[in-house]
Design a protein around this ligand. Structure first.
Ligand code: PGA
Length: 243
């Protein structure tokens, strides 16, 4: 059975005043998440406060972790530190980390390995640029990214997120058919035993208006939601979409 999962990625947004999001989100979703698991990845600075505030059905995740466990790495946060705060997930290899911090596939793989060692579930992100899509290379690029950044692990111990770079924060979304085709390709590229049990999330301008169609696709098991997760009502509507 594949997990169905909706994850909010707040990126570098959110101050203590925004902790009221949890009550607003719960009020907008009075019957809970239905069949879907839900997670929130706030900035590191808000994880503890959310841990004290969120109901048990909303898991927490980090947006990144270090490859090392501890030591002289000023400014970094390790996977055991996230686990210590009660996190269940950590995003690895988001395209903004790949672009802003030069994280190559090998680093992403080490981060995912560090997460697994700490008992966290990595949410491993892959996605092509607009040029790569327009040149017809999207599938080759994305499956190569997956192969190079996937750690060795037990089937079912990580989550994949397909996030076309050109769809992130742009308001442009992959069509449901294109997203489904890429998810199918990714599932086929996973090593034996993983394809049937690995949740593959779609990310890139997911919003209440397009969530139901995307989530209805056979190989789309959930969503990684950036901008729309900041608005409690929109995030609740995405969780509820198409249930
Ligand atoms: P977006 O971001 O929903 O704002 O496009 C998604 C993501 O980058 O995870």
């Amino acid at each position: 059975m594949r997990q169905t999962l909706i994850v909010g990625n707040w990126k570098m947004n959110g101050l203590t005043a925004d902790l009221a999001w949890s009550e607003a989100m719960i009020a907008a979703l009075p019957d809970g998440p239905g069949v879907r698991a839900v997670a929130l990845c706030p900035p590191f600075t808000l994880i503890s406060s959310f841990a004290a505030r969120l109901p048990g059905w909303i898991s927490l995740g980090g947006q990144d972790c270090a490859t090392a466990v501890s030591g002289a790495h000023t400014g970094d946060v390790s996977a055991p530190m996230l686990a210590d705060l009660g996190c269940r997930y950590v995003i690895a290899g988001h395209s903004e980390r790949r672009a802003d911090h030069g994280e190559a596939d090998a680093v992403v793989r080490s981060k995912a390995e560090a997460a697994l060692k700490a008992g966290l579930t990595p949410i491993l992100c892959v996605g092509e640029t607009l040029e790569e899509r327009e040149s017809g290379a999207a599938e080759a690029v994305v499956t190569a990214q997956l192969e190079a950044s996937l750690p060795e692990c037990e089937p079912g111990s990580l989550v994949i997120a397909y996030e076309p770079v050109w769809a992130i924060g742009t308001g442009r979304t992959a069509s449901a058919a294109d997203a489904q085709a890429m998810h199918r390709a990714l599932r086929s590229a996973l090593p034996g035993g993983h394809g049937d049990v690995t949740a593959i999330l779609y990310g890139g301008s997911v919003k209440p208006a397009n969530a139901a169609e995307l989530l209805a696709q056979d190989d789309i098991d959930g969503a990684l939601v950036g901008g729309a997760s900041l608005k409690a009502e929109d995030f609740a509507a995405i969780i509820a979409a198409g249930q």
